[in-house]
Design a protein around this ligand. Sequence first.
Ligand code: UT7
Length: 339
Amino acid sequence: MRSPTPSVFIRGLGAYKPERRLTNEDLSRIVETSDEWIRSRSGICERRVAAPEETTADLGAQAAEVALRDAGVGREEIDLVIVATASAESTVPSTACLLQRKLGLRAGIPAFDISAACSGFLYLLQIANHMLRAGDYRNALVVASEKLSRIVDWQDRTTCVLFGDGAGAAVVSKCDVPHVGILGNVLGADGTKGDLLAVAPRQAPAPEPVEGLPVGTHRIVMNGKEVFKNAVRVMSQACREVLAKCGVGIEQVALIIPHQANMRIIDAIVDELGVERARVKVNLERYGNTSAASIPIALEEAYREGLVKEGDYVLLVAFGGGFTWAATLLKWFQPRTIS
Ligand code: UT7
């Protein structure tokens, strides 16, 4: 009989941010907005935009290469690849299958995408957690990749100032050390609020492209105020739930990494939870909201900066379209040096 697997943990991390920077000043030449409005309402100063030829799978592959190197895991050792994205160029083949081919991962391993908007990476962590514990898999490649610039409506100032492109990846592995890595997870959704943040078909005729920015067949539509209120309430609640489930107090958490959508949302959650700002990772000023990729990009940055150390409790929390939400508590386990 197989012995139960004690733990599933993040063994390596990678991120990729496309080179092109689009500043608030740049946006003020495209729509009627200003650096002052965007900064004060969202905290965002600039975001990245992928090159025309770069696909969602390309961004994910770049992040995955870094994560594989960081984990010290060979391509042949990956036995599951899962991807979260809301901006894939194709639904079939999935971005996970495209990545499998692009990275030269073993043929025959399972590969699939999930759609959970900004909560996608945390949904994937829970899927990997269960599949690794229950099945015959040892190492999963978990990737969140977004080329949101292709579904942003560059004529809609209420949304186009918020989003950016990027990808984050993790190698998630089993180990025999008890009680480390993914300690607990809370996932949720409320489909009755789906219309408040959606990717909808674009009405014809499509506008002319501006400043080399793509025009997709679909566009993001959002009721910002309603999303804002729900995001604060639901993310605060999800944090409390996952902490209670794991028997860990908020005062024991070394670092909180919230979804990077809006500085005012993060400030409100910080106030709700009563934690000091120094324990919260924020990088949205440089990347904007990269949907599913936002948490792994911020986690990778925190990790490279040495903000997460062996034994630390790290709390991840997300909220997005669907509505979907998730919170994950990690006990950082690092049987390696940072590459
Ligand atoms: O990833 C999923 C999660 N997504 C989010 O969490 C986003 C949640 N929502 C938000 O972050 C905020 O609601 C926004 C940043 C989108 C908007 O901030 P707000 O404080 O809720 O502003 P508002 O929508 O109430 O707009 C205030 C004013 C309006 O003008 P009036 O009606 O007061 O005359 C807007 O038309 O600001 C105007 N406005 C702008 N002005 C300059 C809206 N967008 C812009 C803009 N530049 N880009």
